[in-house]
Design a protein around this ligand. Structure first.
Ligand SMILES: *Cc1c(COP(=O)(O)O)cnc(C)c1O
Length: 357
């Protein structure tokens, strides 16, 4: 007995890790459970020398992202994916055991898991009808809250948060808390981005990633957009070398003007596929409701979601079960794949519908 179990922190002992799509695994050929872009964009490594440590914040990559986001370079911080950003903000602003973070389920799972991992308590304020923020309840529960995480568009529901509600949140938290808006999917509804608010709201942080619309989930590269004061605070806490040389090499290429246009075209095509897919889903008998999505996935309520999940799984189609997310019983989340993949799912669901479930 070497007592390792006893040495581990209490909150790690009880921690339920994030059930990432890759950890959940499965076997199949149609992967629609992680909101990845369905087709790869190919790059070559240009920087072959790696005997030296990388720049903490690779200059050209940061400049290109700043240009893409219409901000100054000093308002950008690169992270190892948006997931690292979520945790970095907690580490910077929250005292473990004292300060709280707040989020509004059903939403992305990592806000909770990150808080639990580093021992920060959280408070949840569930959304109300059609996933609207419960502003009254949020306003009443701000004691000790340092950071509020808002996912926009929201994963897994796909809706956009009302701009008026964001303004209200920014007003009631002024001088007392940070508002983090997670824009991981913003390229699929680019008009909803909140970058223009950064000028007047110095306690706003926006999260971005190359994992979704840029088709680079395997690269692990994200960005924090905020006032330079916040960026400098986060820079004190971030690891010394978060961005490996191959990462900035490829990210810099992905952020060239040519590749940004390519990304926008890919997004247009995906949004078209989503429209077709949504219409077809509505015609399936096994489907109860398809929620409108501004993102690259749709949330679907089925009459019998476990039967659909298992049956499609048997055909190699991997979806994301949402039954454990608040208010999402009988719901599955389906990433928008290629048109061919969308057609494959619809034909599988039609077969199922004939079995009358
Ligand atoms: C995918 C996702 C992330 C994580 O992005 P990475 O950059 O791959 O870490 C963050 N937030 C939301 C809402 C996501 O869906």
């Amino acid at each position: 007995m070497n007592n390792i179990e006893k040495l581990v922190r209490k909150n790690v002992q009880t921690l339920v890790p994030y059930q990432s799509a890759r950890r959940l695994g499965g076997t199949g050929n149609t992967w629609l459970n992680a909101n990845e872009f369905p087709v790869p964009v190919l790059f070559n490594l240009l920087h072959q020398q790696m005997n030296r440590y990388p720049e903490c914040q690779p200059r050209l990559m940061i400049e290109r992202y700043a240009k893409y986001a219409h901000l100054d370079s000093n308002q950008i911080l690169a992270t190892r994916g948006a997931d690292e950003a979520i945790e970095l903000i907690m580490k910077t602003f929250c005292d473990p055991g004292k300060d709280l973070i707040l989020f509004c389920p059903p939403t992305y799972g990592m806000y909770k898991v990150s808080a639990e991992t580093i021992g920060i308590n959280y408070i949840t304020v569930p959304t109300v009808d059609n996933w609207k923020l419960n502003l009254t309840a949020i306003a009443k529960n701000l004691d000790n809250v340092k950071v509020i995480y808002i996912c926009n568009p929201n994963n897994p529901t796909g809706n956009i948060v009302d701009l008026q509600d964001i303004y209200y949140l920014l007003d009631i938290t002024y001088g007392r808390a940070i508002i983090v808006v997670d824009e991981a999917y913003i390229e699929f509804c680019i008009k909803a981005n909140l970058v223009k608010l950064l000028k007047n709201y110095k306690h706003l942080i926006i999260l971005r990633t190359l994992s979704k619309a840029f088709a680079l989930a395997g690269l692990r590269c994200g960005f924090i957009l905020a006032d330079n004061k916040i960026i400098n605070l986060l820079l004190k806490v971030i690891t010394p070398y978060p961005i490996a040389i191959p990462v900035s090499d490829i990210a810099t290429q992905a952020l060239s003007q040519k590749n940004i246009i390519l990304m926008h075209n890919n997004v247009k095509q995906l949004n078209k596929n989503k429209e077709w897919f949504t219409q077809q889903l509505r015609k399936c008998h096994c489907v109860e409701k398809v929620f409108l999505s501004e993102s690259n996935y749709v949330l679907v309520r089925f009459k019998n979601s476990s039967k659909v999940f298992e049956n499609l799984c048997d055909q190699g189609i991997i979806l994301r079960d949402q039954n454990n997310n608040l208010g999402l019983s009988q719901c599955l989340r389906i990433s928008i794949g290629t048109l061919k993949e969308c057609e494959y799912v619809i034909s599988a669901l039609k077969d199922l519908s004939q079995e009358s479930i």
